[in-house]
Design a protein around this ligand. Structure first.
Ligand code: ATP
Ligand code: MG
Length: 466
């Protein structure tokens, strides 16, 4: 029995499949689909295998380990074996240049150090028996504060070699520590981030800062005692913070002492100038919660916050500088960091508020004053100790300063109300290197010059009358 024409029009598929062209098309399409499916399957399987067999570590530029890893990668290493040495060649490099003028004569060129590191892109390095794929990438997004593009370094290795990462990070850290050995890093706030201010400086020996008798020793002992008592604070639930306020006239060695102390403790310095433009309460509070590890916080010109006593406006704008309440909150408000050693400095103690001197904000207050006789003698020894073995020159120098009344009174005890600074004495000695007689002869240059408005006015009047 043959199919009726109506059936044929409804179920004409048979006829369609009988058409060799159509059947061929379907065959091809299903082959293509199967191939695509298989390809996808392979990709998924490879992805899964990669996830199971490989380990990735991503380090972003914000992480402190980023420069360490780059430095570690740029180390020269020799891979043994024909294939290994070819595979691990780095073809794309980038350079960071630092210059210093040490050793350069007058007008001579500065010395430059070129630091080559792997450039952007993919590289392979060998660490022990492990091959590590390195991918350094610059993203199209940027850090909102600094405007710098985001960057990452990705290290990939076989799951079986995952322990190599620990060793790599340890080695990179050790390398960085070695490079900074004998150096003090000074961080300053750039936007909302702490960035090293220039290259790490050579540690300043504590002995090179000469404070009045016992002052230096008392601060150093207090800081060391605090550092050894962390567990005591933790056990009692007290925030582990300590604050010092150093006040006194300019050029008395406050900043130099803090830098030297940081070097002695193997700490870095995180510095904020409170009178700096653009430093606001919010910024200060945020920065203090993100202090670099093992650093002394140095807040210069603390009085700046007290001049600006204005509270926030209704719209929350607190002006371009830090307010008094902003400083107090940053120091020990709810959001203040848990661990911190802060040094505040000021030239105008009279402008500060007693509310600042409270445990947790400022625990110890010290005046670093004008040069005393003790300091003048110590500084003399540091500069001329070798040429003035019998101490004769020192005696004459100190006697001359006394005659000039530079320690507050004259030799006969009468008040002179005249002082000089340690910075000025250092300046005098630097001017007369190896020439102690010159330093004694020029000692009257230490008499502070006053620039009174009256002087200028009289000068001008004289000029006009002439
Ligand atoms: N007591 C000191 N011992 C050794 N060097 C000193 C001393 N005081 C000042 N100097 C020298 O004088 C210069 C200025 O010192 P420093 O910047 O530490 O002073 P300061 O007290 O912080 O001043 P300011 O209040 O203006 O910030 C530095 O080069 C430092 O070496
Ligand atoms: Mg200073």
């Amino acid at each position: 029995m043959s199919a009726s024409p109506t059936q044929g029009s409804l179920f004409g598929l048979d006829a369609l499949f009988d058409n060799p062209l159509f059947a061929g098309g379907i065959g091809l399409a299903s082959l293509g689909a199967a191939a695509a499916f298989a390809r996808k399957g392979v990709i998924v399987a490879l992805g899964a295998a990669r996830r199971r067999l490989l380990v990735n570590v991503e380090i972003s530029k914000q992480d402190p380990a980023y420069p360490w890893i780059l430095a570690w990668l740029s180390q020269p290493r020799h891979a043994h074996g024909f294939i290994a040495s070819r595979v691990t060649r780095i073809h794309d490099l980038s350079v960071t240049t630092t210059t210093d003028s040490r050793g350069a004569g007058l007008g001579g060129p500065a010395t430059a150090h070129f630091f080559l590191q792997p450039g952007y892109g993919r590289h392979i390095v060998k660490f022990g028996s492990a091959y590590i794929a390195v991918n350094r990438e610059k993203h199209s997004t940027a850090n909102m504060n600094t405007g710098e593009p985001h960057e990452i370094v990705q290290l990939t290795t076989l799951w079986a070699h995952r322990h190599a990462f620990e060793a790599i990070f340890a080695e990179a850290h050790q390398l960085a520590a070695k490079a900074h050995e004998g150096k003090t890093i000074v961080y300053s706030a750039r936007g909302l981030e702490w960035t090293p201010l220039g290259d790490p400086r050579k540690k300043r020996p504590l002995g090179s800062v000469i404070l009045d008798e016992g002052v230096k020793e008392s601060i150093v002992a207090d800081v060391k005692d605090f550092l050894s008592k962390q567990q005591w604070y933790v056990d009692r639930g007290i925030p582990y913070r300590r604050g010092y306020l150093l006040f006194g006239p300019p050029g008395s060695g406050k900043s130099s002492f803090i830098q030297a102390l940081a070097g002695d403790l193997d700490f870095s310095v995180a510095m904020i100038n409170l009178s700096e433009m653009g430093m606001t309460d919010d910024k200060l509070a945020y920065l203090l919660t993100k202090l670099p590890k093992r650093s002394l916080l140095l807040l210069e010109d603390a009085d700046a916050a007290f001049v600006n006593r204005r509270q926030r406006d209704v719209d929350g704008y607190s002006g371009a500088s830090v307010t008094f309440s902003g400083l107090l909150n940053a120091l020990d408000g709810v959001a203040a960091g848990e661990e911190r050693i802060a040094f505040l400095t000021t030239n105008h103690i009279d402008r500060l508020d007693p509310a600042l001197i409270r445990p947790g904000r400022v625990d110890m207050m010290l005046r670093i004053g004008e040069a005393s006789r003790f300091q003048a003698e110590q500084m003399w020894d540091r500069f001329y100790g070798e040429v003035d073995q019998d101490g004769h020159g020192k005696k004459r120098f100190v006697a001359r300063l006394e005659t000039l009344g530079l320690f507050g009174k004259y030799g006969d005890g009468a008040l002179s109300n005249r002082h000089t600074s340690t910075a000025a004495i250092q300046g005098l000695f630097l001017f007369n290197k190896d020439d102690m007689q010159g330093a004694i002869d020029m000692a009257d240059g230490l008499i502070p010059r006053s620039f009174k408005a009256d002087d200028v006015a009289t000068e001008e009047t004289t000029k006009t009358t002439l």
